[in-house]
Write a protein that binds this ligand. Structure first.
Ligand SMILES: O=P(O)(O)OC[C@@H](O)[C@@H](O)c1c[nH]c2ccccc12
Length: 262
């Protein structure tokens, strides 16, 4: 049986063929946001004496279906910004997460903090597209890259003046990374076959990253105790989506996780 990641990347390949016919690689250079100044994603994630939060704008997921009925991406992003998020992750995959590049574009108009394009990136075309829609950084999932693909995508990210969060699931992946080309690494705590979350396992894998690389714990984080554990283990940042999106006020939920009472 094809894994969920295989299904998503197959679909992405199909969609890309169509998108490339509609908008050429060159065309992105005339997009209004293409020449915008970028914000440093890696710097934003390094917060003294605490874990920074990358708050995610996510409408739905393959495991949970629709997460929030009254989904207003701009309003959610606005609350994240007011409530101490260090960066915002915007899902742009449409078929599986009901995301949109339009959400990224609109949020980039109001955001003083860096934006991560969260998608299934397999082609430098998508990196240039991310820049054209206002992203400061992109997610690169090591698991879906073959051979030298990850290195090629990292080179494209650099050329575009963006940064990459490199996501891993397994120990072998973390061990096979070429650290010279990586600034920010993430470990997904969610097992994509069972959808089970194991924060502790993620922490152990992140410990394999060399000093100087920004470490991000991803998925299933939902309580202060989780943040405390990450802090104790010198993890720089937590990527949080569902828990925040499900609350009536995602900003208040973020404040609570950060231990801010208002
Ligand atoms: O909603 P959660 O459990 O807080 O997880 C957020 C984020 O880690 C998750 O959405 C995610 C991590 N890696 C991904 C890759 C693609 C799509 C989504 C993801």
């Amino acid at each position: 049986m094809a894994s969920i990641l295989e299904k998503i990347t197959d679909q992405t390949k199909e969609d890309l063929k169509k998108r490339k016919r509609e908008v050429s690689f060159q065309d992105f250079e005339s997009f209004p946001r293409f020449e915008n100044q970028r914000k440093s994603f890696s710097e934003a994630l390094k917060v003294d004496h605490s874990v920074s939060i990358i708050a995610e704008v996510k409408k739905a997921s393959p495991s949970k279906g629709l997460i929030r009925q009254d989904f207003d991406p701009l309003k959610i992003a606005d609350r994240y910004i007011e409530s101490g998020a260090s960066a915002i992750s915007v899902l742009t995959d449409e078929p599986f997460f009901q995301g949109s590049l339009k959400y990224l574009e609109r949020i980039s108009e109001i955001s003083p903090i860096p934006l991560l394009r969260k998608d299934f990136i397999i082609d430098p075309y998508q990196v240039k597209e991310a820049r054209a829609y206002g992203a400061d950084a992109v997610l690169l999932i090591a698991t879906i890259c073959e051979g030298s693909q990850l290195s090629e995508l990292l080179a494209a990210v650099k050329e575009m003046g963006l940064q990459a969060l490199v996501e891993c699931y397994h120990q072998e992946e973390v061990e096979s990374l070429n650290w010279d080309e990586i600034e920010i690494v993430g470990v997904n705590n969610r097992n994509l076959n069972t959808f089970e979350v194991d924060l502790h396992r993620g922490i152990e894998l992140l410990k394999l990253a060399p000093e100087g690389v920004v470490r991000v714990s991803e998925s299933g984080i939902h309580k202060k105790e989780d943040i405390r554990k990450l802090q104790e283990n010198d993890i720089h940042s937590a990527l949080i989506g569902e828990h925040l999106i499900r609350q009536s006020d995602p900003g208040k939920a973020l404040n609570e996780l950060l231990g801010i009472n208002n």
